[in-house]
Design a protein around this ligand. Structure first.
Ligand code: F6P
Length: 334
């Protein structure tokens, strides 16, 4: 069987579809290379003393893990000098990181969650890196304002999962492909050429401990799932919650499902970050035939007001996401 590498895949997208410029290809390859280093660091775990807290807080006031800080540095260093970026923004930094003057500047903006699923780092459960690529508006300084574009403007999005195998999921706006890291060769090999999410599912993912805080639409839907075969949905549902968005979304890309971290009485604006979690995942899910909303609106249409904005997230199998979104709209009317 012919093994197709990430580079070959991108060159093909460039040649046949004309949707990946040389500069975008370089950017994606550099991010993918940084993910290899992070995967390597993650796999060493306690052997190299990189587990545990860094002793600092990020901009959200959450305790940073050592691996959060290391992953952020790996991505910054890898992407700084190549000439494909105008600026970078990260969950771990309050303000965008400007490309130092000694390096050339490019046309893209990179947003990233360097290590998603922080609560799972120390317990050896899958974690990952999420990234989103936007074009920098022409003639503007790449400050925070330049990043505030709706997710529909993304030119590429992807994530890596550091699990039993290391996987890279990528979209450049022409479907979704999955690559597995061949550690011996050091290459990303195309293993899932066309990922598609089934429209229906009987598996849901939500943090049930937030139940008392949910709004009526989410409560109604989950109660219906729990009612099973004899309930209004007429089938038994299974529940999964890894608590790493990368792993939960990867499962949904593999066998369908619905993932929810909705706005609720405690997380009034939602819990997940719009620009480097919800937007890239929503682009990937939509490109795989699924849907992603905040309950009322397509996530990719949300106009961000600030870099670290949060948003409610309901994504996955299309029919199920539409059902929950429909419940929100009904409740809104009544
Ligand atoms: O910060 C993001 C994140 O770790 C996601 O990866 C995950 O889906 C969620 O938070 C887990 O939230 P909780 O800790 O409430 O289960």
């Amino acid at each position: 069987m012919r093994r197709i590498t990430l580079t070959q895949y991108l060159v093909e997208q460039q040649r046949e579809k004309g949707i990946v410029s040389g500069e975008l290809r370089l950017l994606i390859e550099v991010v993918a290379r940084a993910c290899k280093s992070i995967s390597n660091a993650v796999s060493k775990g306690a052997l190299t003393g990189i587990l545990g807290n860094a002793g600092s807080d990020n901009v959200q006031g959450e305790a940073q893990k050592k691996l959060d800080v290391i992953s952020n540095e790996v991505l910054l260093e890898a992407n700084e000098w190549g000439g494909h970026l105008a600026a970078m923004a990260s969950e771990e930094m309050e303000h965008p990181h400007q490309i130092p003057n000694r390096y050339p500047r490019g046309e893209f903006l990179l947003l990233m969650d360097p290590l998603d699923g922080s609560s799972n780092i120390d317990v050896n459960v899958s974690i990952g890196t999420i990234f989103s690529v936007l074009r920098c508006p022409e003639g503007v300084t790449p400050d925070e304002q330049a990043f505030l574009q709706p997710g529909s403007k993304q030119v590429a999005a992807g994530f890596a999962v550091y699990g039993p195998s290391t996987i890279l999921v990528l979209t450049v706006g022409n479907g979704v492909a999955g690559f597995t890291l061949d550690r011996e060769m050091g290459s990303w090999i195309l293993t899932q050429p066309k990922i598609e999410i089934p429209a229906d599912t009987s598996e849901f993912a939500i943090n049930m401990s937030n139940r008392r805080n949910w709004g009526p639409a989410v409560t109604r839907y989950i109660d219906e799932c729990l009612a099973g075969k004899t309930g209004p949905l007429g089938k038994d549902y299974n529940m999964r919650w890894v608590a790493s968005m990368v792993a939960d979304v990867y499962r949904i890309l593999t066998r369908g499902g619905i993932f929810m971290y909705p706005q609720d009485a405690k997380h009034k604006e939602g819990r997940l970050r719009l620009m480097y979690e919800a937007n890239p995942m929503s682009m990937i899910v939509e490109q795989a035939g699924g849907a992603a909303t905040n309950g009322m609106q397509r996530i990719l249409d949300v106009q961000p007001a600030k870099l670290h904005q949060r948003v409610g997230v309901i994504l996955g199998s299309r029919n199920e996401v539409e059902r929950v979104t429909g419940y929100h709209r009904e409740m809104q009317k009544s």
